[in-house]
Unconditional design. Sequence first.
Length: 129
Amino acid sequence: MDVIDLDEKLGHFSDHWSPRIIAALNGQEVKLAKFIGAFDWHSHPDEDEMFLVLHGSFTMEFRKSFGAPDEYGYRSVELHEGQMLVVPKGVEHRPVAEEECAVMLFEPAGLVNTGDAETSDRTTTGTWI
């Protein structure tokens, strides 16, 4: 039962799209990640994901059936510091950050970050720090 300093943990890594696990509870993992650019389109057929913006901002893009699509066939939601979003299971999505941002994630333990998409060099379940 130690205090976890989020900024201190964020200072331990600089790579993007590679979540770090900082805690686990009730079958869930709490992760920190840094985003920049666009991540891979993917979904998680059986799991919800929660994103909480700690520093900066990013846009979550959704494909097709989640809300009213724009002319490109997707919908987007902007998130800023102190805001969070839950992506329901089965919804195809990708986070996009124009500038670096730091995010806390709550996900089922062992969740693969690229979900049902093809494995890429970004695919991971996270590592403990």
